[in-house]
Each structure stands twice: as structure tokens, then as C-alpha cells.
Design a protein around this ligand. Structure first.
Ligand SMILES: [Zn+2]
Length: 296
């Protein structure tokens, strides 16, 4: 396991330091994909099976969890002193069901899985996977792209340079969905890539296994847009739509929501309330204390 992460997890198990009130504290560890140990995908948004198993074993050993986000928030609301670590998995990848679920089950741990309901329903590939596939499979030696008022000139000669190119290109996609689609088409054309990335998201049957195993299922919009780039009505459609779709497909009503990319504004929070969600999580770092619930 990464040394810094391990030290940080261990620090959660220590008694409160001087000056701390020792009140309840919840840390949410936000995961995405779970890769086969030893796999080296170009876009490594996630952990390996082995690291995940180590994290779970460490938390179980220290009595910190992992718990679901809803469970952690309940404990904060009860005001019982103590510390917990909640695990969440964003997006709804099949590897969550195939790799994370067995690890959690074996250890008696729980987690929350936020599903991108529209992409799952229509078996569509998330934009970042299309982007990574194009960069990974292009036969071009360089990517030269005039984008957002600047010129990217990136070598693609080996895996390391492709990985670096991907890191440079990613932030260019933090725009509204229509512009994002235009940029994605332009990128594929420039890279000369016509093949399509596979959809690696879970099917609804797989997602149902999460709920059957006692995991929390939350919503994560329909199409995974940056919500702060959408007008309020479109945000409402994305948020309520994902809650309704999960309800229709899995017969459960999510109480939790994760903002895609951590992006939100006042309209997103209001839309979550209107959708009947009890809480929403972002990606801002820090402990969650009892008072955080109303605004979280
Ligand atoms: Zn996401």
C-alpha cells in the first residue's frame, strides 16, 4: 500500500490528540475502479485488488470499518464518540462487483456504490474511458492540439509519455457536455482512432448484487456531467433522473448522492433536496463532523 495512505489510515486509529474534542468523526475514502493486481491501465483511476484488501484488513483490525457512507453519517448524527472510515466507489464499474464486493464480504466490511445510472442503463462508455482508449491505441507519434486557447504538443512514443499526455488532456474536458462531446470527437480524429472503447460499467444484474449483499447503493447522475456547468433544470433532470432510474431498475430508492468530479453549486444542492436525497458527497478533503450533515 502507498506509504502515505497507510500512515494516514493508521493515524485514524490513534486516540484523539490534545485539543481535539474526541467527538465522532467520519472519514470517507473515495474509490473508483478496482484493478486486477499487477494490471497497469493507462488511466489508473482506482486501486488494485491487493491494496483494497489491505485497506479493508487494516480498518477491520482497528475497528474503524469500513462502513457505508449512510451508516457513517448516522453515527455522526447519534453523536457517539468514535472514528469511522466509510468506503465509497464512484461510477458503477463491473470491477467493483467482481473484485471489491468479494473482499468486503469476506472481511465483513460494507461500502457505498454510487451508480451513473444513465450510462449503465444504455451501456454507454464514460468520456474519460473513450479519451484514454484513444490515447492508448493511437498510432500517432505526437498529439498536437490547439485547445482552449493553448497548444498542447505531447509525445506519444511510449507508455510513459502517453500517461503524461493523458494527464495533460484530462483537464481540457472539464466543460459542459456539448463542448465535451465536440472535444472528444476532435481528439479521436486527431489521434486517428476509429475503434471504440468497451463499456466496463456493471450491468443492472451486477449492480443488484451489491444491494443484495447489504451494500449501500447511491446515485451519481445519469450521464456524469460536471453539474456546475449545467443550468439548474438540467441538473435537476440529471439528479432526479438517476434516483428514479435506480429505483426503477433495482427497486430501491437511493438516499445518497455523489457529485461527479466533486463539482457542484447551490442549484445542485437544491436539486438533491428536491430529489429526496438525504445527503450528497463531494471530493473536498477533510474530516466530517456531526454539524457537517446539514450542509453536506
Ligand atoms: Zn464519477
Amino acid at each position: 500500500m502507498n506509504g502515505r495512505l497507510l500512515r494516514w489510515l493508521m493515524s485514524l486509529a490513534l486516540p484523539p490528540v490534545n485539543g481535539s474534542d474526541g467527538g465522532p468523526r467520519l472519514t470517507i475514502l473515495r474509490h473508483h475502479r478496482v484493478f486486477e493486481s499487477g494490471a497497469r491501465p493507462l488511466y489508473r483511476l482506482g486501486v488494485s485488488e491487493r491494496v483494497l484488501a489491505e485497506q479493508v484488513a487494516m480498518l477491520r483490525g482497528a475497528g474503524l470499518g469500513p462502513v457505508t457512507v449512510a451508516e457513517g453519517l448516522e453515527r455522526l448524527a447519534e453523536g457517539r464518540p468514535g472514528r469511522w472510515v466509510a468506503f465509497s466507489f464512484d461510477d458503477g464499474y463491473a470491477d467493483n462487483v467482481r473484485r471489491a464486493l468479494p473482499i468486503l464480504r469476506r472481511a465483513g466490511g460494507r461500502a457505498t456504490f454510487y451508480l451513473t445510472a444513465g450510462l449503465i442503463d444504455e451501456r454507454r462508455v464514460p468520456w474519460w474511458d473513450i479519451m484514454a482508449h484513444a490515447i492508448a491505441t493511437s498510432r500517432r507519434a505526437r498529439l498536437v492540439w490547439d485547445i482552449a486557447g493553448r497548444r498542447l504538443d505531447l509525445p506519444l512514443g511510449d507508455e510513459r509519455s502517453r500517461r503524461a499526455a493523458l494527464a495533460q488532456v484530462l483537464p481540457c474536458f472539464r466543460v459542459d457536455p456539448a463542448e465535451q462531446a465536440r472535444r472528444l470527437d476532435a481528439l479521436r480524429e486527431m489521434l486517428g482512432v476509429t475503434s471504440h472503447a468497451e463499456c466496463e460499467l456493471a450491468t443492472w444484474d451486477e449492480a443488484a448484487q451489491l444491494a443484495e449483499a447489504g451494500m449501500e447503493v447511491g446515485a451519481h447522475t445519469l450521464d456524469h456531467p460536471y453539474l456546475d456547468h449545467l443550468p439548474p433544470a438540467a441538473q435537476g433532470a440529471e439528479i432526479t433522473g438517476s434516483v428514479e432510474r435506480i429505483h426503477a431498475r433495482l427497486g430501491l430508492r437511493p438516499e445518497g448522492f455523489a457529485f461527479p468530479g466533486g463539482a457542484y453549486d447551490a442549484a445542485s444542492v437544491e436539486a438533491c433536496r428536491r430529489a429526496g436525497l438525504a445527503y450528497a458527497v463531494t471530493t473536498r478533503a477533510g474530516d466530517n463532523r456531526a454539524r457537517a450533515r446539514a450542509s453536506s
